[in-house]
Design a protein around this ligand. Structure first.
Ligand SMILES: [Zn+2]
Length: 233
């Protein structure tokens, strides 16, 4: 009897200790995963633009020129320059290849692609359908927000070449992937992100979201869409 009682007491003790340590672990992980204070879905720097969240033709942010050629939302210029300075310090010179693009610009890109397909003998409807497989409809390109930048290397830029997947293997691409979040910028279209972003992996496209948001998204491996869904309105 006595031995049974001792065993029961020891068993209860073990259960209680296990429960206590579990709740301690839970508390720590909850603290680690705390969302940035005051972050809201409606924050200007968290604006989601994709095929399901389009912006109006008239949307145009206040713009500033960076890199002597590209335009971005004026509110991100300081951060953009810090990002480039950080990369340069690590030996990776970044060139902004494409920043803000207007609604009309996107329309003209579509029109050009449609015309090319039509010239190959496609009907207007088929040409439009084919074009929209690779080009976002006007109003659904994040470039219209002024918060995104496609980067190229100085040699790509000098050659006048467009963005390519080869960027991922350059010093610039590697540095950005590892460090951009420290400056408030995220790799916007990561590998395996398509189910939420609707866009394939783009190693060159970076998006400003602010430091606290970028840090959280980086730590928890979230796309902008997945992160915003966690926030209060
Ligand atoms: Zn882009």
């Amino acid at each position: 009897m006595r031995l049974k009682k001792i065993i029961r007491i020891v068993a209860v003790g073990i259960v209680l200790l296990t429960l206590a340590s579990c709740s301690a672990t839970k508390k720590t992980s909850q603290k680690d995963s705390q969302l940035p204070k005051n972050a809201r879905q409606s924050d200007w720097n968290l604006k989601v633009v994709n095929v399901k969240h389009t912006i109006s033709a008239s949307f145009k942010p206040t713009l500033s020129t960076v890199d002597n050629s590209q335009q971005v939302d004026s509110r991100v210029v300081t951060s953009y320059n810090e990002l480039r300075a950080g990369a340069a310090k690590a030996g990776a010179t970044l060139v902004g290849g494409s920043g803000y693009r207007s609604y009309e610009h996107q329309e003209s890109v579509i029109a050009r692609n449609v015309a090319e397909y039509e010239a190959k003998g496609m009907s207007a409807t088929a040409a439009k359908k084919e074009t929209l497989k690779t080009v976002n409809p006007a109003g659904s390109s994040e470039h219209q927000s002024g918060l995104a930048m496609d980067f190229v290397t100085p040699s790509e830029n000098a050659a006048g070449s467009d963005v390519t997947q080869a960027f991922a293997k350059t010093n610039q691409g590697k540095w950005l992937k590892q460090n951009s979040w420290k400056y408030g910028w995220i790799l916007r279209y990561p590998k395996n992100g398509k189910s939420s972003t609707y866009i394939d992996y783009e190693s060159w496209h970076f998006r400003y979201v602010g430091k606290a948001n970028a840090k959280y998204m980086h730590q928890h491996n979230l796309t902008l869409e997945q992160y915003v869904a966690k926030l209060p309105k």
